[in-house]
Design a protein around this ligand. Structure first.
Ligand code: 5AD
Ligand code: SF4
Length: 448
């Protein structure tokens, strides 16, 4: 069995940052001689990289881990590892340990540092034991593990984490507790990575951080400096970024983007609520008026911009009056899309201590009202692009119609179009039709 290739299966929950972490874990495992496989059954090592941002995500993980019991009984040599934001919370890690004693190792968010000891367990005859080994909240960022190349899916897109952690402590959010304080990567490492990705032919780069606007905080090299350096790399590509925080997203950033070549015209700017009272209870650090001014400035400065947001419904103490302020803001701004969430109580956060009088039924009704409103707005919002020409990165055959090609515009919008363009190349597409979730158009000039 000398040439037996060990196999690893990774299942990832939650945000893009978590997926980017898993790509790096896959890269490390590949370097260590593992093949990354698509099913848990064929794996020697199973790793679940979990998410804690809302309770329903956690419940899914509990269900999926429970389902591994039989697999472990049939194949006891399989090493099962849980990692990520959920396991960083010691009460949850303890719950896993008692509920699912067949789990081999539970680690937190600093996964790469612990992979060598986990890899050593795979194939060894040592009796497996459940180890709770959480450590500091944080992750493998800063200077550590810069040499590990993530194993990325797809040919043209790439997630590039630029920082980890969060210093904001929005009162509902568990992220600062499980991912620790903000740590930015060194700019030269990020620039080198993006140059390499572009040299590989990747053209759609997404910079990731919980609050990208505070990149490099405390140094004299901030987020705009990073974008400027990336924008000056020769070639045509898209640099997108998320998530921006309204309190830190300055006008200088928007001014810079308006004049940039390759920086995305998509701005994801989570508002969370339209009520000043709730924004203050959430510790968001801005008012609805400030947010609306910023959104108006972005639209005026960058007319082609696509603005999207996150909204939380049913924060403790929220009244219908507060919620109506959110509806009003949504109506006035006209987001292209909004990710809407019902508030989920997270242990250890300030909001978890706040009195919550609203029933679950009421929250669901409000949530539906918001969805309906945003649905109506979103249905028509892309119509403003009809007749305009957008630069589109072609990504191959269309999903809705195989006769069409599909691509992504610099606004992050899906564009299906007729005409021949090679995947991975940019083309000018004139928009003829708007769907709620995509644009349809035709090439302005056929390319040969
Ligand atoms: N409950 C519901 N949604 C939440 N989010 C963050 N914490 C919670 C919570 N406790 C949402 C916010 C954030 C998005 C990533 O997840 O809207 O912007
Ligand atoms: Fe959570 Fe607020 Fe940090 Fe975003 S900015 S990760 S919502 S604490």
């Amino acid at each position: 069995m000398d040439n037996y290739v060990k196999k690893a299966y990774i299942r990832t929950y939650g945000c893009k940052q978590n997926f980017a972490d898993s790509e790096k874990i896959s890269g490390f495992l590949a370097l260590s001689g593992f093949e990354i496989v698509k099913t848990a059954e064929e794996a020697d090592l199973i790793l679940f990289n979990t998410c804690a941002v809302r309770e329903n995500a956690e419940q899914r993980v509990f269900g999926n881990v429970g389902a591994l019991k039989k697999l472990k009984a049939d194949k006891p040599e399989t090493v099962i590892v849980l990692s990520g934001c959920m396991t960083q919370q010691s009460n949850i890690a303890e719950r896993f340990k008692t509920k699912f004693p067949f789990i081999d190792t539970i680690i937190g968010t600093d996964i790469l540092s612990r992979l060598p000891e986990i890899i050593a367990k795979v194939g060894s005859n040592e009796r497996k034991s459940t180890v709770i080994n959480i450590g500091e909240a944080g992750g493998s960022y800063g200077d550590s593990h810069e040499g590990v190349k993530p194993l990325r899916e797809g040919l043209y897109t790439a997630n590039v984490p630029i920082m980890n952690g969060c210093d904001n402590f929005c009162t509902y959010c568990v992220v600062p507790l499980v991912r620790g304080r903000e740590v930015s990567r060194r700019p030269e490492n990020i620039v080198a990575e993006v140059k390499e990705l572009i040299a590989e032919g990747r053209k759609d780069i997404l910079l990731l951080g919980q609050n990208v606007n505070s990149f490099g905080k405390g140094s004299n090299y901030g987020f705009i400096d990073l974008l400027r350096e990336l924008d000056s790399i020769p070639g045509e590509f898209i640099i997108d970024y998320m998530t921006s925080h309204p309190k830190d997203c300055g006008r200088e950033l928007l001014d810079f983007i308006a004049n940039s070549r390759n920086i995305s015209r998509h701005l994801h700017l989570p508002v969370q609520s339209g009520s000043n009272r709730i924004l203050s209870l959430m510790n968001r650090g801005y008012t609805r008026e400030q947010y609306m001014e910023l959104a108006a400035y972005a639209k005026a400065k960058i007319p082609a911009i696509s603005l999207t947001t996150d909204i939380l419904v049913g924060f403790p103490g929220e009244t219908y009056e507060d919620f109506k302020d959110t509806l009003d803001l949504v109506e006035k701004i006209g987001f292209d899309s909004a990710y809407t969430f019902i508030y989920s109580k997270r242990e250890g956060t300030k909001a978890a201590e706040m009195a919550d009088f609203i029933s679950a039924d009421e929250k669901s009704a409000w949530f539906k009202e918001l969805l309906d409103l945003q649905g109506r707005i979103g249905e028509r919002s892309y119509e403003r692009y009809i007749g305009k020409t957008l630069r589109v990165l072609c990504l191959g055959q269309g999903r809705s119609d195989p006769q069409l090609q599909t691509g992504k515009s610099r606004q992050g919008i899906i564009v299906d179009f007729s005409g021949a363009v090679k995947a991975g190349e940019f083309a000018d597409v004139r928009v003829t039709r708007a769907l709620p979730w995509a644009l349809v158009g035709e090439l302005t000039v056929d390319s040969f």
